[in-house]
Structures are given as C-alpha cells and as structure tokens.
Design a protein around this ligand. Structure first.
Ligand SMILES: NC(=O)c1ccc[n+]([C@@H]2O[C@H](COP(=O)([O-])OP(=O)(O)OC[C@H]3O[C@@H](n4cnc5c(N)ncnc54)[C@H](OP(=O)(O)O)[C@@H]3O)[C@@H](O)[C@H]2O)c1
Length: 316
C-alpha cells in the first residue's frame, strides 16, 4: 500500500510516499481502507519535532512511528474471525496512529464507530480532528453546563470551529474570537457574539466568562484572568505551565492531552459527534483538500497557522 512516511524530523519535504506492506488484522482487529484523513498542527509537530515537548510522544531523536496521521474515515476491508461488531464494507470513522496510508489496522474495540451514508469521508475525518479535541475539553476539563458563558479564541480553526458548535449544542452562550475575514463563518456556526481580534481585545472584559477556551494558545491565563468569573476556567489546547493549573477552585487554568484518552472514551465521543452531525447541530468546516501525494503541500499550508477548519487529505 502507499503511505506517507517520515523517517527524520524536518520540513514538509521529509514526508515521502512509499510502498509499504498492508498491515494484517490480528485477533480482535479490523483492517480499514482509508478514504480520508486530515493534516493537523499535531501532525506538523510530530513531523518537525517542534516544539521539543512533542518529542516526548513522537521520539526524542527521530520519529518513533514513521506513518503519521490520526483521524481517519474509510471502509472496513477485512475483519478478524473473532470480530462481531463490524462487517466488511461498513463505513467507519475513527482515530488511530498511522492514518497517512491506504490501510490501517485498528482494534474493533478502539476508537472507531460506524458512519452513516449521509456523511462524507472528508467531513467525518474532520470530526476526529477538532471535534474529538473540543468535546472533552469543554465537557470534562471545562465542566461546561447549560447557560455558561463560553469564549472560544481561535474560533475559525479546527478545534475552535468545533468548540463553537459543541458549546452551543450543550446550551452555552458562546462568544467566538477570530480575525475579520472569519467573523461571518464563526457567526454561522452558532456563536451568539463574535469579537474581531484585530479590533478588540477580548481579555479586557471583566468577570464575563465561565470558560475561556484558547484553542490556539495565543493568550495566557494571566491575561485572561480578569475576564473570567470567580469560578472561571481558562482552557488551553497548547501545552503551557502555570501555577493556576494547580488550583482546585476559584479562577484556574487547565490543559488536557485529549489524544491520550482511552479508546472507550474516544468511541463514546465519536458517536456523539456523529449523532450531532446527523441531527444538523455540528458540521465539519473544510478549508482545503489534498491528495495523499500532496501531503507535503498540505503540511506547508497547515504550518501557516491560517487554515480555517480542517485540511482534508484524500486517499485514492
Ligand atoms: N491538547 C490537545 O489534546 C490538542 C489536540 C489537538 C490539537 N491541539 C492543538 O490545538 C491547536 C489548535 O489546533 P487547530 O487545528 O484548531 O488550529 P488551526 O486550525 O491551525 O488554527 C488556525 C486558525 O487560528 C486562527 N488564529 C491565528 N492566530 C490567531 C489569533 N491570534 N487569535 C485568534 N485566532 C487566531 C486563524 O485565523 P486567522 O487567520 O483569521 O487569524 C486560523 O483560522 C494546535 O496547536 C494543536 O496542536 C491540542
């Protein structure tokens, strides 16, 4: 099968297409023929080895896992004899390392759920990108409750665009922060209010939010503290260290590595994201689509930090 392989850290060009053996499903596993994956800032970090903290997961000197990619959508091509939960031909969406390839093997009991015919593969792969990050951040780390005032910074990104819609679906009153060009998009995703960061500093608000979710790590707890209510939580999707992360109550800060959650948790969340999508409460914002052989160009674009929603990688 064809796979995009990275054997050393470096610029987008270190991603090269190779013929590698199709993995075989062992007991309890299924083989999925991938139709779409996404290129993300996390993939960029695992390819470039920057920031250095990424290497704690991806390998200190060189990438431990040469095939990057996580979120995938495709069709079950083969199942182990003991798997009853899937059939060959099922359309599925999931999350597993090694998605920059034509096939991936996953545990049937891992983060993979059936995909309805009405959902496209690119759209579905996008759910495993921003959705699978935003949902646990807001619900589990931010303890979002209906009626909460939530501000999402980076509202036009993959995590941000999902966060706006998920917070809305969970009954929050939502403010989205983006640049001028993306304000209409953020409004269309359900934000009750939008702030143009080129014209207004959202951190100047006072006791206005129960949750400030900085999906792009462009602010800090210190800067946002006064904008939070007395029990407000500052969430950042980008690893940072702050003494406010140790506080149990009052204004506090939290980071979470949502990709490291258990397969059971991810499965439950993927199903919720699919259900919301079918119900018309969630949609994947797709910026650009690339073919697998254009993976370096996809990475170069993600690296600009300007993508809007997800960058889908189609796999023929
Ligand atoms: N903690 C975890 O478990 C976890 C999981 C997944 C991802 N992440 C991290 O989450 C971060 C966000 O990922 P993503 O895919 O959502 O990012 P992204 O889509 O690449 O973010 C790009 C968006 O950010 C906006 N932006 C840039 N500068 C901004 C600013 N100063 N203020 C507000 N918006 C700004 C851009 O809009 P404009 O061009 O209009 O400014 C663009 O639409 C990444 O660092 C990723 O590594 C963390």
């Amino acid at each position: 099968m064809l796979a995009a392989v990275v054997e050393r850290y470096g610029p987008p060009e270190v991603l090269t297409l190779r013929e590698v053996a199709v993995p075989r499903p062992g007991p309890g596993q299924i083989l999925v023929r991938i139709h779409a994956t996404v290129a993300t800032p996390s993939d960029v970090a695992f390819r470039s080895g920057r920031p250095w903290i990424a290497r704690l997961f991806s390998g200190l000197v060189k990438p431990r896992m040469p095939i990057l990619g996580d979120a995938f959508a495709g069709v079950v091509a083969e199942i182990a004899a003991d798997v009853a939960s899937f059939s060959v031909g099922d359309r599925v969406v999931g999350s597993a390392f090694g998605a920059y390839a034509q096939f991936v093997v996953v545990d049937a009991a891992s983060a993979v759920v059936r995909l309805p015919d009405s959902l496209g593969f690119g759209e579905a792969a996008g759910l495993g990108d921003g959705g699978l990050t935003a949902l646990p951040f807001l619900r589990d780390t931010g303890l979002l409750a209906p009626g909460h005032h939530v501000l999402v910074n980076g509202a036009s990104g993959s995590v941000g665009s999902a966060a706006i819609q998920i917070a809305t679906a969970m009954g929050a009153i939502v403010t989205g922060v983006s640049s001028t060009r993306n304000l209409e998009l953020v409004r269309s995703l359900g934000a009750d209010r939008v702030i143009d960061y080129t014209a207004e500093d959202f951190t100047a608000a006072r006791s206005a939010y129960d949750i400030v979710f900085d999906t792009v790590g462009k602010s800090s707890f210190g800067a946002c503290k006064e904008a939070l209510g007395p029990q407000g939580i500052y969430l950042t999707a980008v690893p940072t260290v702050s003494p406010a992360m140790l506080r149990k109550s009052g204004r506090r800060a939290r980071f979470s590595a949502t990709g490291l959650r258990s397969p059971e948790e991810k499965t439950k969340d993927l199903q919720q994201l699919v259900d919301w999508t079918i119900a018309g409460r969630l949609r994947t914002v797709i910026d650009r689509e690339y073919d697998l052989h254009q993976i370096s160009a996809a990475h170069a674009y993600v690296e600009t930090g300007r993508k809007v929603g997800s960058v889908v990688v189609r796999i023929q």
